[in-house]
Unconditional design. Sequence first.
Length: 302
Amino acid sequence: MNAIKAVLHSKFNPSNLLAESPIWDDINGLIYWCDILGKKIYELHLKSELLRSWVTNDEPGCIVLCAQGGLIVAQSDGIYHLNTELSIFTLLIEAPYDKTLIRFNDGKCDSFGRLWVGSLYRSKDRPLGNLYTFFFKDGTPYLRCVADNNITGNGIAFSPDQRFIYWSNSTNQIIEIFDLDIKTANLRNRRLFFDFNDWPNYKGKPDGAAVDQQGNYWVAMYNASEIVVLSPDGAVIERMQMPVKNPTMPCFGGKHMDSLFVTSSVYNSNNSGIDHSAFAGQIFSFQTNACGAPCYSFNLAS
């Protein structure tokens, strides 16, 4: 692994409060991410270092590329399409909950162009977070709840063959796995994949994640300054130290999909203070010895 470096020079630092959901646009050489608490979405062209941003009207929990152009944004109040050329947000479907208590959080797309998005319970003391699939059928948007009983839904990722989907509960420090029927989006056989409570006195919380072509699960450990790599059978392959306390989510990108981009937060767990380290809230990248599994876009025309 090469040295970890900040993606942006300090003069370009957008001062993220809670950076999340990095996504790589391979065609255009762009990295996107959102600042949930800052209510902004960013686009960075790596070669030119041209940085663009859009202000959201509510907290953007996650973003994904849209096959028809622009981005899909899961905000606290609903799921939107962002036309990045015209800076226009269009509401696709309203959120199915009381946004003062719950908000959308982590999300990813599958090969059928559906968005899988989790939610979290803001006070972090009740398991009212759900897992949803969002899709269009014959021009009509649908939002279907497929799993529940989570406090802070995070870490959504698919095995390379899409036979399995991962979903973490950050508050409870666990990662779960389901069998997935990718054609129907039905889940079964929910079970524990990894339990960080088995590590004595460990304070890290599994946040966002990515999967490589070998099926290994790369998870950002909030509050623990590291990325943990787990094999498909749950064995620890590697633990990589990060220069910030709160890494939030990795994604693979770059010309050969072997670079890892990692977002971070300035806030400690449950907003219990600030990480005052020099690079808190920045976006990082480093070369790996792995290649990322394919990333998919949302399909408005499904």
